[in-house]
Design a protein around this ligand. Structure first.
Ligand SMILES: Cc1cc2nc3c(=O)[nH]c(=O)nc-3n(C[C@H](O)[C@H](O)[C@H](O)COP(=O)(O)OP(=O)(O)OC[C@H]3O[C@@H](n4cnc5c(N)ncnc54)[C@H](O)[C@@H]3O)c2cc1C
Length: 563
């Protein structure tokens, strides 16, 4: 893992204050990742998701503008795709795979309470762990109801068969979706004439909360500027953007960070699980990581921010979701208990870092309460924008993650002590824990990418040895030995005693030289072998193809006849 106690980012990284917490979160993730992976990979409840995949239209733009107006329209592909095999092209990679089951009607649910899906997802899937019975969204939801009519209740798909990874989706279409999503993050001064007061009476006094606020102040502003400079490089580094501190309340910055962190997480996954479309190999793509994330510490910090936010939500949720009132698999008590135990493992780790995110400073004073409504509406809109994503797999994960963050925010802001908590739907729970698993794997992948960069930089700074260097060492041994053997043979045919003694002496000297040289050579040889093997183990660990060994174990290639 990348968890170190020193600041893992460059000195000009924008959240110097957050640097300690990067290491804390890295350490936490070492414990969380195995638990949350186990939960989302081995339980039927968390490895299936219901979504209305094909009956929605994009409500924001239409084909008349020359843009994709309907999710059924083609995936926009990269250039020169004709040259590559069909299976590696974007439109193939974008399709959903694996079994799919229609949401059963009420009649079917009554007739076959144990098997409402009739085995459509596979015989070994506990269907009572998968089917969602209640699908109303209440007005406290940050989600959009995914199913408006009885006929479009959506399909259940396997998340294991559709991992979030490179799909080749890109170009104008994806750019326009991201733009629309960022537009929801409207920070214009004019739309919020009154400044948000973080609270005269509620000013956070706890050092962690103050720190947190300070981090947000710097990072949020910086991220805005950074984002604007992408489209308009002329924007100066210190600019009056209308987004300045005083008029920018905590909530709005949080909103931006959530979106940007989600974007960063998607980018990490597509770079980590990247398809080389000319060779068909899936492997991490360091150049992809460097161009999308490495140069943007704000994006990475937003990723960590989301990790902290969702960790807090997961920890806070524990008593509600683990209580007896919640059943995961009505028809399968064993799997129900197993699911419960696995959730508990995740929530326990999540709760092990107290004060990770202080939601109590949000939506309290000033325009806070009215912002809450605004926040919710913007989130709903983002969920609708997802219908404009022209790639099925991307849309699936885009929806899951939007729903996951929506649920995290709902838990943070609507679950108050002493009040009856709002109900959580199956989809929301599945989305929340899968979003957590995605963030967890992003944090881990960022650590590995960073290690790859360090390794590469180190290797570049040393004069890199070519394989020939090592072979030269080995060949030297061969040459010396062969020469020695020749000398020995010559020695036995000497004419005079003097000559024989001279030859004998030369042979002894040669033997001494060979031994001495090998003493000198051995440490270097061992070093070469150890460093070679370390690199190979490392490459295998991060999933890179192995480099060929630069040495081999073999007997010296001596001239056998001479022996
Ligand atoms: C909802 C959704 C899900 C997707 N899922 C996948 C997927 O699973 N697999 C896949 O291969 N592709 C996926 N894509 C496409 C992918 O996100 C990129 O859009 C695509 O790879 C093109 O990348 P790009 O380099 O043009 O920049 P994009 O990632 O499209 O970014 C557009 C612009 O946004 C800004 N930006 C980028 N990152 C951030 C950030 N973290 N914070 C703030 N601003 C930022 C930059 O100015 C950038 O130029 C998805 C797209 C969307 C909209």
């Amino acid at each position: 893992s990348s968890s170190t106690d020193s600041c893992p980012f460059s000195p000009n990284a924008i959240i110097d204050d957050g640097c300690v917490s990067y290491a804390t979160l890295d350490r936490l993730n070492v414990k969380v990742k195995p638990a949350v992976d186990d939960l989302v990979r081995t339980t039927d409840f968390f490895s299936h998701y219901r979504m209305n995949l094909f009956h929605k239209t994009c409500p924001f733009w239409n084909d008349e503008d020359g843009m994709c107006g309907n999710i059924a329209c083609a995936v926009e592909t990269l250039d020169n795709e004709e040259d590559i095999p069909e299976i590696w092209r974007a439109h193939e990679l974008s399709k959903l795979e694996g079994p799919r089951a229609k949401h059963p009607g009420k009649k079917m649910q009554k007739q076959h309470p144990d098997r409402p899906l009739q085995g459509e997802l596979g015989e070994d899937v506990g269907e009572s762990c998968v089917v969602e019975y209640d699908d109303e969204c209440d007005d406290r939801d940050y989600c959009v109801m995914d199913d408006e009519g009885a006929t479009s209740k959506g399909d259940y798909v396997s998340l294991l068969r559709n991992p979030e990874r490179f799909t080749g989706y890109g170009g104008q279409s994806s750019k326009q979706v991201w733009d629309a999503i960022y537009l929801e993050n409207c920070f214009k001064k004019s739309s919020f004439p009154k400044s948000a007061d973080l609270g005269v009476s509620h000013r956070p006094t706890d050092p962690a909360a103050l720190d947190f606020k300070q981090v947000l102040d710097t990072a949020g502003r910086q991220a805005q500027l950074e984002h604007q400079r992408q489209s308009n490089p002329n924007i100066p580094f210190v600019a009056n953007t209308g987004y300045e501190g005083e008029d920018e309340c905590l909530e709005k910055r949080v909103f931006y960070r959530v979106v940007s962190g989600m974007h960063a997480s998607i980018s990490v996954h597509l770079c980590w699980d990247f398809l080389n479309q000319s060779t068909g190999e899936w492997q991490p793509n360091l150049a992809c990581y460097e161009s999308r994330l490495h140069g943007y510490p704000d994006r990475i910090s937003n990723l960590y921010f989301n990790y902290a936010l969702v960790t807090r939500a997961v920890a806070k949720l524990a008593p509600y979701v683990l209580g007896p009132q919640y059943t995961f698999c009505t028809g399968d008590p064993l799997q129900d208990q197993d699911t419960r135990d696995k959730i508990s493992a995740v929530t326990q780790h999540a709760a092990s870092v107290p004060q990770i995110f202080d939601e109590s400073v949000m939506f309290v004073n000033g325009e806070g309460p009215s912002l809450k409504e605004d926040f919710r509406n913007r989130f709903r809109n983002i969920s609708r924008v997802m219908d404009c994503v022209g790639c099925d797999k991307c849309r699936l994960w885009g929806k899951i993650q939007t729903n996951g963050y929506g649920t995290a925010l709902k838990v943070l802001f609507e679950f108050n002590e002493g009040q009856k908590p709002p109900s959580l739907k199956r989809t929301e729970l599945v989305a929340l824990f899968n979003t957590y698993a995605r963030l967890s794997s992003s944090i881990s992948a960022v650590g590995k990418f960073r290690a790859m960069i360090d390794m590469r930089d180190k290797a570049e700074s040393q004069t890199f040895k070519s394989p020939e260097d090592v072979w030269t060492l080995v060949d030297e041994v061969d040459e010396d030995m062969n020469e020695f053997i020749k000398m020995r043979n010559r020695g036995s045919h000497g004419d005079t005693v003097g000559e024989q003694m001279g030859n004998e002496f030369a042979r002894v000297m040669k033997a001494v030289k060979i031994v001495l040289k090998s003493w000198i050579r051995t440490p270097r040889m061992i070093w070469e072998i150890v460093s070679d093997e370390t690199t190979r183990v490392y490459r295998a660990w991060v999933g890179l193809p192995p480099r060929p060994r630069r040495y081999a174990f073999r007997l010296p290639s001596l001239d056998r006849d001479e022996l």
